[in-house]
Design a protein around this ligand. Structure first.
Ligand code: 26V
Length: 805
């Protein structure tokens, strides 16, 4: 067991020095902001040094390294997790107490680094933690977005988006490395010709952008390894100052326009389900990330080994969804054009370096870019993709003589470049993110690719940086765990299994219930402070928190609430288990249905707040929490009792919130979708409540599905939808009632409604038996170990990257 990074004495000396040198204050006169920044800067110095030592060791041993390319890293806050991982939490806490300051109040000074939409970005962040903890050498690459994912503000229930200007409080974690800047070329003209058997490529008239790295270090827990997240900032390199000196207006104009265009690349992270987004800018962002990162990897490798011959032995590059696909042709470009490799040699290296993770099967989420856009932004990259495709189709034809198969697998099709097909063609491995999802991709998106190269396909079920949601967020539960099973679970999540032995132990179950109640009280207090809403900790806390999307079916949850509401309206003494339904979700800015569902939930919540609904509210309360974020999830998970995971089977690739909730003892109420299935296996089928159609059943039902038939034949469904149509608190929802429930019901909420209602009734019955419920909760905690990021990255390292610890 490694000791703390510093002694309490050393940490205190450093803190006093930094506060004095930087702000000229002592701790008692310092603001929370100043203390936060002082602690952060001390940690950055420690981590930077640790990373340097670790990297030296890795290099001296010639070890392989992994690079994780992702357009998103949803890091959340860094101070609390860094102190914890470096074992400095107690020391910092004690030092601040001497001055009457709580460490918790200092944490609140830090903004979230919200550089991600949701699960995919948070997964990338969790993996940096897991990789460092497991002792692997890992670097993440992304863009230094000036604005993170938007801040959500509700106005009369309608979502408004505000800019998330995180850098003023967040940049303290970033170390600028201007001396390692690389050049990225965008636009211009690429020409090819053959001369004396030589293939000559000229590429000119491009715009040069300087990519300046900013490094953020992620400590492992009880480990000497440190991961690095390198964020690229696009900067306009001003080579020619003449127009500024001469004041030539036209040139000044052009210079200003270029600066603006370069800045735009790093301005903002795109919401992931906006259809009308600026496609050109998004492709520019993607190419900027890919080109800067691949150049950096190559530079680094050359500086270490002096050759690229051994690149595939020393480097693995993971592509997180298709967003960084252009890294593949970019590496080809460097090997061919800059280093003079033959095509075959370059292709051999490239196809042993890259691996690709798929995160969704929703057709609208699979990236296809117009040829004209790719050609305009990266003309040489486009010509390489064309060549890759010609050879690929040639090989398929040789192998199968099937024109039909060539047509289905071609990377360039219908005027578009199909990024997932390019990934499948060039990657050594392709993985899905849960057992069922990895099977589904083999039958759907990659049906043909799977037939062609079955050996490439594999599964890595997602994992979470579990210490963040357990050790750093749920003190009452950890105290109980320490008492019953010791502290080994902090480094090795599989040790949580030891808790199983206490499944029928009354003392443990009683203490588990007490821990949950304490967390519910703290959360109720937090909610009161945040939005003035009073929630009763003696009711069941039923939680659905995730992005708002029709496939996740928050509206099915709402239907159940409305059914109970109608029952209670009729008879306030009806035997309904008192519950508080807690929602948090951001909708994509242009997604009307999703915004309406938020407004619907908000309106129901307001309706229930009315004095005349007091007796209903005692049994049925609803709260919508604004601005769901990593930090909010850390506060909420410990208080949750039911985890709603109710996507239509076959649509949610994995889910990771489900894992965080399980770990905190919430019982999953879910469909057999994504990781829910593995959660059931890990907790035991008796300790999860499944409902609804299976993915297979969905496939069969889809063809003949008629929601209106259900509406007409089930009086309760009719009453619920009619009520939604009429609305709540003066807001009607006739349009979504018409289009989504009675209309297409694309994600078959009505088909699963009856089974969901029954499952909810079963939950109430189980909850009424307190001991039984606590035992179920305990089994979930005990089974959560397999969902750690430490396990997941180990699987990537062994089965995909070929990495040693
Ligand atoms: C993207 C789009 C874009 C266009 C319209 C609809 C739509 C819907 C979803 C998405 C998300 C794509 C990728 C993604 O974030 N997947 C999530 O990845 C998580 C980590 O593997 C996983 O747990 C979630 O189940 C999965 O949705």
């Amino acid at each position: 067991m490694a000791k703390a990074a510093l002694t309490q004495r050393e940490l205190k000396d450093k803190l006093l020095n930094v506060l004095n040198d930087k702000y000229g204050v002592t701790p008692d006169a310092a603001s929370n902001q100043q203390i936060y920044e002082a602690l952060a800067s001390i940690i950055v110095t420690i981590l930077r040094e640790k990373r340097k030592n670790f990297t030296n060791k890795v290099h001296s041993e010639g070890r392989k390294q992994v690079y994780y390319l992702s357009m998103e890293f949803l890091m959340g806050r860094s101070l609390k997790t860094s102190l914890f991982n470096l074992k400095l939490t107690d020391a910092a806490d004690k030092i601040l107490k001497e001055y009457g300051i709580t460490l918790d109040s200092i944490y609140e000074a830090e903004p979230d680094a919200g550089l991600g939409n949701g699960g995919l970005g948070r997964l990338a962040a969790c993996y940096l933690d897991g990789l460092a903890t497991d002792g692997y050498s890992a670097t993440g690459y992304s863009i230094l977005y000036e604005l993170g994912f938007f801040k959500q503000k509700l106005q009369d229930g309608w979502q408004n988006e505000l800019p998330d200007n995180w850098l003023p409080g967040g940049k303290i974690w970033l170390v600028e490395r201007p001396e390692q800047a690389v050049e990225v070329h965008i636009g211009g003209e690429a020409r090819e010709k053959w001369e004396n058997n030589y293939h000559i490529v000229t590429y000119d008239k491009y715009t040069t952008i300087s990519a300046v790295p900013y490094d953020l270090f992620v400590s492992g827990y009880d480990s000497e390894a440190v991961s690095k997240l390198r964020l690229w900032k696009p900067v306009n390199p001003i080579h020619d100052n003449t127009p500024f000196i001469t004041g030539d207006i036209a040139s000044l104009d052009a210079a200003a326009r270029k600066s603006y265009e370069v800045d735009a690349i790093g301005k903002v992270l795109y919401p992931n389900d906006q259809k009308e987004m600026g496609q050109e800018l998004r492709v520019k962002q993607q190419y900027f990330l890919c080109s800067a990162s691949i150049n950096d990897i190559v530079n680094h490798h050359m500086a270490t080994y002096g050759t690229l011959e051994n690149l595939a032995d020393k480097v693995a590059i993971q592509i997180n969804d298709t967003h960084p696909t252009m890294a593949i042709p970019e590496l080809m470009r460097i090997l061919l054009d800059d280093c003079g490799y033959s095509w075959d040699k370059a292709w051999d290296i490239t196809t042993r370096v890259f691996a690709y993770t798929n995160h969704t099967v929703l057709p609208e989420a699979l990236e296809k870019w117009d040829i004209s856009i790719v050609q305009k932004i990266a003309p040489r990259i486009y010509s390489i993709i064309v060549e890759i495709n010609n050879r690929y189709c040639g090989e398929i034809w040789e192998k199968t003589h099937s024109t039909e198969l060539c047509n289905r697998m071609t990377i360039i099709d219908g005027g578009k470049v199909h990024m997932a097909r390019l990934c499948a063609c060039a990657s050594m491995k392709i993985n899905g993110v849960s057992a069922i999802h990895s099977e589904i991709i083999k039958e759907s998106v990659f049906r043909n690719e799977y037939q062609n190269t079955p050996e490439k396909f594999t599964n890595v079920t997602n994992g979470i940086a579990y210490r963040r949601w357990l050790c750093q967020s749920n003190k009452p539960l950890c105290e109980l765990l320490d008492e019953k099973i010791g502290t080994g679970y902090r480094k090795d999540a599989t040790k949580l299994k030891k808790l199983e032995a206490f499944r029928n132990d009354p003392d443990t179950l009683k203490k588990l219930a007490a821990a949950k109640l304490e967390n519910k009280k703290s959360f109720a207090k937090y909610v009161k402070q945040q939005c003035g809403k009073v929630i009763d900790e003696d009711t069941l806390f039923d939680v659905q928190v995730k992005r708002l999307h029709e496939y996740k079916r928050q509206h099915l949850n709402v239907m159940n609430i409305v059914a109970d509401y109608l029952t209670l309206k009729d008879d306030p003494s009806a035997n309904i288990l008192p519950r508080t339904y807690i929602f948090a979700a951001k909708a994509a800015p242009s997604y009307y249905f999703a915004k309406q569902v938020i407004k619907l939930i908000w309106s129901i919540s307001k309706e229930l707040d009315k004095p005349e609904n007091k007796s209903i509210r005692e049994k049925l309360n609803v709260v919508f929490l604004e601005n769901y974020s990593v930090t909010l999830s850390e506060k909420l998970m410990p208080a949750a009792e039911i985890s709603e995971q109710i996507s239509l089977a076959g649509t949610e690739a994995s889910g990771t919130g489900n894992m965080k909730l399980m770990l905190n003892g919430a019982v999953t109420l879910g469909t057999r979708d994504g990781a829910n299935i593995e959660i059931g296996a890990a907790a035991g089928e008796d300790n999860i409540v499944f409902f609804g159609m299976t993915a297979e059943e969905v496939k069969h039902r889809e063809r003949s599905y008629s929601p209106i038939k259900i509406y007409d034949s089930d009086a309760e469904v009719k009453a619920v939808i009619d009520q939604i149509e009429k609305g709540f608190n003066g807001n009607d929802f006739a349009d979504i009632a018409r289009d989504f429930f009675k209309g297409k019901d694309q994600y078959m909420a009505l088909a699963d409604y009856r089974s969901y209602r029954d499952a909810q009734a079963k939950v109430s019955e189980l909850y009424r038996n307190a001991e039984k419920w606590q035992s179920m909760s305990l089994m979930n905690i005990a089974g959560a170990g397999v969902f750690s990021a430490d396990r997941a990255v180990d699987e990537y390292a062994k089965n995909i990257w070929g990495l040693r610890k």
